[in-house]
Design a protein around this ligand. Structure first.
Ligand code: DP6
Length: 349
């Protein structure tokens, strides 16, 4: 008899205020330094995992299209861990959708692996606490560890696999911050974060960035605690500059900025001089994340939409962490996998 064990979950991507770049252990994604981020509420990945006793290989469908090779291999690292822990060795359907467009340079791997870790572990009957869920998500993508807990989050580098996980510093409502992402290019990246982490050590600046990280982390925690935007702005921009200094001085160098990215950085600093609570940060791509407080967000969105070279603006406030969903709300995903609610054992609700 065919048996199906299913669970569904959703999670948001996050934006790092203090960045993760470079690993102490590349296999386990143990980072060179702690990092701090907040979850982006408006943006969402929803993932269904169904362990199927009669399936002859793992299947991965993202945004309606079946994926093979690298994306499938990364997903199988999580599935392998879940199989080992649960004793359920069946193959799985993994079906995932994002509510934000692919190829706009918003990394979906953080939300994807956070949602996958939750859905896969629940489908296999495991009940991982937040800390172990964050550790599991970390195996798929480092920054995914930070999409598991709510709100403003710190990922502690730890001493090994057992204590490298993320936790909430402050809940989402602690401070009404927003991220307006100015999308400036939809070209695929020349080098992704996975290669970037490997190259970080080739930069002579990485050592200085990592050595100074505890000071920036303290500074950032204090600015968040005191809701001091001016202070937060300074440390967030400094940390972003350090990240890009490392990228630009790696061998081979990684240069992600476009002319519009640089023009926007100047403009954001001008707005701040005029008294707006705004600052910028850039990840491994040319898009500019403009962080702001709630009274500025509408004006900022309008200005960014009209800024020459900006293709699109995505706006998100501080969001919750990964959470399970009733299977009834994931029927569209079941259909995409050629499955239906009848015959499925719910493990996730
Ligand atoms: C520059 O290895 O987590 O965004 O390629 O999406 O798996 P993926 O990214 P990951 O590295 C993220 C690096 C960063 C900085 C950060 O988010 O801390």
């Amino acid at each position: 008899m065919r048996e199906l064990f299913a669970a569904c979950a959703e999670a948001h991507p996050n934006i790092a205020l203090i960045k993760y770049w470079g690993n102490r252990d590349h296999r386990l994604n143990l980072p060179a330094n702690n990092s701090i981020s907040f979850n982006l509420e408006g943006l969402l990945t929803r993932t269904l995992v169904v362990f199927d006793s009669q399936l002859n290989r793992d299947r991965l469908i993202i945004n309606g299209r079946e994926r093979f090779r690298d994306p499938l291999k990364r997903v199988q690292r999580i599935l392998a861990w879940v199989r080992e822990d649960s004793g359920i060795y069946w193959n799985a359907h993994v079906i995932s959708v994002n509510n934000f467009p692919e190829g706009v340079g918003i990394a979906s791997s953080a939300s994807a692996f956070a949602a996958l870790a939750l859905a896969a572990s629940k489908a296999a009957g495991l009940h991982l606490d937040e800390r172990n869920l964050s550790r599991l998500a970390r195996i798929g993508s480092g920054s995914a560890a930070r999409s598991v807990p709510d709100g403003f989050v710190e990922w502690r580098s730890g001493t090994g696999d057992h204590d490298s996980y993320a936790f909430t510093l402050f809940p989402p409502e602690y401070w009404d911050l927003w991220d307006c992402v100015a999308v400036v290019s939809t070209e695929p990246k020349p080098l992704g974060s996975q290669e970037g982490h490997l190259l970080a050590e080739t930069s002579p600046i990485q050592w200085a960035r990592v050595t100074d990280a505890p000071r920036r982390l303290d500074w950032c925690r204090k600015a968040l605690k005191e809701r001091d935007f001016e202070s937060l702005a300074e440390v967030v921009e400094l940390d972003s500059h350090l990240l890009h200094a490392v990228m630009q001085t790696s061998s081979p160098p990684m240069f992600y900025w476009e002319p519009t990215s640089v023009a926007l950085m100047h403009q954001v600093r001008r707005w701040r001089k005029q008294g707006w609570n705004v600052c910028y940060t850039l990840d491994a791509g040319p898009n500019v994340h403009v962080i702001c407080t709630s009274e500025v967000v509408q004006r900022l969105e309008h200005e960014l939409q009209n800024f020459p070279g900006v293709l699109q603006v995505l706006t998100a406030r501080v969001g919750k962490g990964a959470r399970p969903l009733p299977l009834e709300t994931c029927q569209d995903l079941l259909r995409q996998g050629g499955l239906s609610l009848s015959g499925v054992s719910r493990r996730g609700t």
